[in-house]
Design a protein around this ligand. Structure first.
Ligand SMILES: O=P(O)(O)O[C@@H]1C[C@H](O)[C@@H](CO)O1
Ligand code: GUN
Length: 396
């Protein structure tokens, strides 16, 4: 791989996408469900299996009175909403623990005013005693990127005011602030995904926190499926562009009122991925002897949590996508909106099938994603730390 320049789209694949296909599927089907109407046939007047089963089975004339010990609908546990917790004096009244209450509040908070982000940033910079210059977001299984940070000050997400919590395996839920290769850094060991139930603005809110902490460069990493047939498992794809599938569906982290203290209402995204950093990373890849495992390509984020169908993967390939995942794009949009320089890469943890087959062992799984990330974490860490060293020395 030689130096990257955006004019030819890096290594964007030009191979045939294999558009013609026959999947051998027949549309007609029989679901083999012989007793779909079982209750109605066997017990013509039984109101429901649960209702009548505790009464010695159905007998004609059952009154369907509530079973002993059953909760009546008025006793059912109510899922609290902020409104249901409020008394008329505006105070919250509920039997939730402070932790449950906090989780509820964070879940219900969709937008973060500038002042709240500022408070979070102050909490971190005061606690850490430094203003970091580089922000790192660790992808699935790549949390070890933060383990190499020196003089680390660790903040668990649940202890940071107004911060969401990580719910995905391989995302520890810690913010690590310290120094790496002479630069001050803050790293997220655990990011937030749309599929966890967080709105995109909340998923990428930590990027704004980074900005107000003083961060100028965002390094985002992710685990992704390789759609480009030339990519192998364990390869690294330096992102030079993205296709925002969630954006196609009308979803953006920048939706809602725009606060110009962060950035403009209509930001341009044409030069989102810093070319100097991409070229430096290619040079570093050569020096590490992993040149043939480094690509430059286009990433696309889908909502997840399911992996893609073959038809979706074919469509993505036709659109020029090289790797697919469930993150990063909204973080990059948020970072570019507030004028941060961005470097991002995907670790290819699985090859995406773009032809139909029945091979179970070729289906993606999070276990496989984690295993490959573990196997490749050393090279990923080295790439990131060498790049940060170049930045700290002022040569990137
Ligand atoms: O956080 P990233 O994007 O690295 O995680 C990917 C996408 C899903 O969260 C998970 C699927 O295995 O890995
Ligand atoms: N959407 C998606 N995310 C991934 N993360 C790791 N592998 C994959 C994949 O194949 N698809």
């Amino acid at each position: 791989m030689t130096g990257y320049n955006n004019s030819n789209g890096g290594e964007v694949n030009t191979a045939s996408n294999g558009n013609g296909h026959s999947n051998g599927h027949s549309n007609g089907h029989s679901n083999g469900n012989k007793s779909a109407d079982y209750t109605a046939q066997e017990n013509p007047t039984m109101c429901s299996k649960d209702c009548c089963s505790g009464q010695g089975g159905f007998k004609p004339g059952n009154t369907c009175a509530p079973k002993k010990g059953a909760v009546s609908s008025s006793d059912e546990k109510i899922v609290p909403t902020p409104q249901s917790l409020l008394k008329s004096n505006g105070k919250i009244q509920c039997d939730l623990t402070p932790d449950e209450l906090r989780a509820l509040r964070v879940l219900n908070e969709d937008t973060y005013p500038y002042e709240v982000i500022q408070e979070i940033a102050d909490f971190i910079t005061k606690g850490a005693g430094v203003r970091p210059k580089i922000g790192i977001i660790c992808g699935s299984g790549l949390g070890s990127l933060a383990d190499i940070i020196q003089d680390a000050r660790i903040f668990e997400y649940e202890k940071i005011p107004n911060f969401p919590v990580s719910t995905v395996e391989g995302h520890a839920g810690k913010l690590v602030v310290g120094t790496l290769e002479g630069a001050t850094v803050m790293a997220m060991q655990g990011r937030f995904h749309f599929y966890e139930g967080y709105p995109l603005a909340k998923c990428s809110m930590p990027v704004r926190v980074m900005k107000l902490c003083g961060v100028e460069y965002l390094f985002a990493t992710n685990a992704a499926g390789g759609i480009n047939p030339r990519y192998g498992v364990g390869d690294i794809m330096l992102m030079h562009d993205h296709v925002n599938m969630l954006g196609f569906a009308g979803n953006s982290p920048l939706q809602g009122p725009n606060d110009p203290r962060f950035g403009p209402r209509f930001p341009a995204l044409t030069n989102s991925y810093n070319k100097d950093l991409i070229n430096k990373a290619i040079e570093i890849g050569k020096a590490m002897g992993i040149e043939s495992n480094i690509h430059v390509g286009v990433y696309s984020c889908l909502g997840g949590p399911n992996y893609e169908t073959i038809a979706e993967l074919k469509a993505l390939r036709m659109m020029g996508v090289d790797a697919v995942g469930m993150s990063t794009v909204h973080e990059v949009i948020t970072a570019r909106h507030c004028d941060m320089k961005v470097f991002a890469f995907s670790l290819i943890t699985n090859k995406c099938a773009t032809e139909y087959n029945d091979k179970k062992d070729e289906e993606p799984s999070h276990d496989e994603v984690m295993a490959v990330a573990k196997m490749r974490q050393k090279d990923c860490c080295e790439l990131v730390s060498r790049l940060i060293r170049e930045l700290a020395m002022g040569s990137a």
